[in-house]
Design a protein around this ligand. Structure first.
Ligand SMILES: *Cc1c(COP(=O)(O)O)cnc(C)c1O
Length: 376
């Protein structure tokens, strides 16, 4: 959806940043590592309609999705390569995913049965990536440390309705030592499994996300699954990746209130100075989470202005007392760059108390999007 000029707020998606990030990451990884571009949740809120054509232009061969809506959008954008689901899916979802040629993520032996039965009912063979709990995420995947783990894998490899094309795992922590240890265990476990099957040359081993792939080279194996890095939400590669999203609004109104006044619901804040407060016309209905109340910041005229009240459903207040020229109609940036200042993913993480993706995925899906092509 393109933002109408009257929108109270919008997100700008910088195509050039995404292309730059793809090229930077590929240069870092080298030619021999396969690259799966993860566009789950409508490209982390950046819009598959905007991102997928860039992946096609860069010759990306594998795309990772979560929902069938993601898969449909990737195909609609003209991507004809391999599509991998990056989580276990339910039976109806798997059935409906066949038309997109989706490779399924098998999250355990019982789940393998569900995928196999779905394939059998359609008279097809589904290509799958079998998840192992080598890294200790404990979310999905067969645990080879458990009695029966090896038999479970053997059973999946033998299912005539499943074509195992990948052995995969997923890391619990963005910590280099933890990743290195998990990767080493994944290496040992998958070596044993591949030694026992004749299908080993068509089975890819993969476990790395952006952090792992760009921090611990031993975690790369045959293929890496890159999400956050595409969108510039990663401090890896020496800070060379560029955030692709800007969240923008405009000051609607400014009022002056005397020292001692209370501000916002529950009298959230008491002014300790005579203040000028600007109304920003976005709220928690737009994904501006209440966790940012009194903790977040907004850029106005290239300077940081603190959010002072409790975020309301459709508005919040920033203190612009130290920005005397601030006026209604001024651009207010909630995420991204304005002039020499920037609200980076790390800033959002600090204000919000959780990873930045928790918020920007929602911003990108709730606010209208405008593709832009910023200068590097
Ligand atoms: C989201 C996801 C990725 C991508 O992770 P990033 O940290 O965003 O690069 C990779 N693999 C799986 C299974 C995922 O769910």
């Amino acid at each position: 959806m393109t933002a109408p000029s009257s929108a109270a707020g919008w997100v700008e998606i910088d195509r050039n940043a995404i292309t730059h990030n793809i090229r930077t990451i590929r240069a870092e990884l080298g030619e021999e590592v396969g690259f799966c571009a993860v566009v789950k949740a409508d490209a982390y809120g950046h819009g598959i309609d905007i991102v997928a054509p860039l992946l096609v232009a860069e010759g990306i061969a594998i795309v990772g999705v979560a929902s069938n809506d993601d898969a449909a959008a990737v195909r609609a954008a003209g991507f004809v390569g391999r599509l991998m689901r990056v989580r276990p899916a339910g039976r109806e979802e798997i059935d409906d995913g066949i038309r997109f040629g989706l490779e399924e993520w098998v999250g355990g032996v019982e789940h393998a049965g569900i995928v196999g039965v779905t394939a059998a009912a359609r008279g097809v063979r589904i290509r799958v990536h079998l998840s192992l709990n080598s890294t200790g995420l404990g979310r999905d995947g067969i645990d080879l440390g458990e009695a029966g783990g090896l038999d479970a894998v053997t059973a999946v490899l033998a299912d005539p309705h499943l074509e195992v094309v990948g052995l995969c795992s997923h890391f619990p922590c963005e910590d280099a030592a933890d990743v290195a240890e998990g990767a080493s265990r994944f290496d040992e476990e998958t070596r044993v499994l591949l030694a026992g099957t004749h299908a080993c040359d068509r089975i890819a081993r993969h476990c790395a996300t952006t952090f792992a792939a760009l921090t611990v080279p031993e975690s790369r194996f045959d293929l890496v699954r890159i999400g956050a890095g595409l969108y510039g939400d990663s401090d890896t590669v020496g800070g060379a990746l560029r955030p692709a999203m800007r969240v923008v609004s405009r000051i609607a109104a400014i009022n002056a209130y005397p020292r001692g006044s209370t501000v916002g619901y529950e009298r959230w804040h008491r002014l300790d100075h005579d203040a000028r407060l600007a109304v920003i016309p976005l709220g928690y209905a737009d994904g501006i989470h209440r966790s940012l109340s009194g903790t977040g910041e907004v850029l106005v005229r290239g300077r940081r202005a603190p959010i002072v009240d409790r975020i309301a459903m459709n508005s919040f207040l920033v203190d612009v007392s130290s920005i005397p020229r601030a006026a209604p109609g001024d651009e207010a940036v909630l995420f991204g760059r304005q002039g020499d200042e920037v609200i980076a993913p790390a800033d959002v993480e600090r204000s919000h108390g959780h990873i930045a993706a928790d918020l920007y995925v929602a911003w990108g899906r709730l606010l209208p999007r405008r593709p832009v092509a910023a200068a590097g």
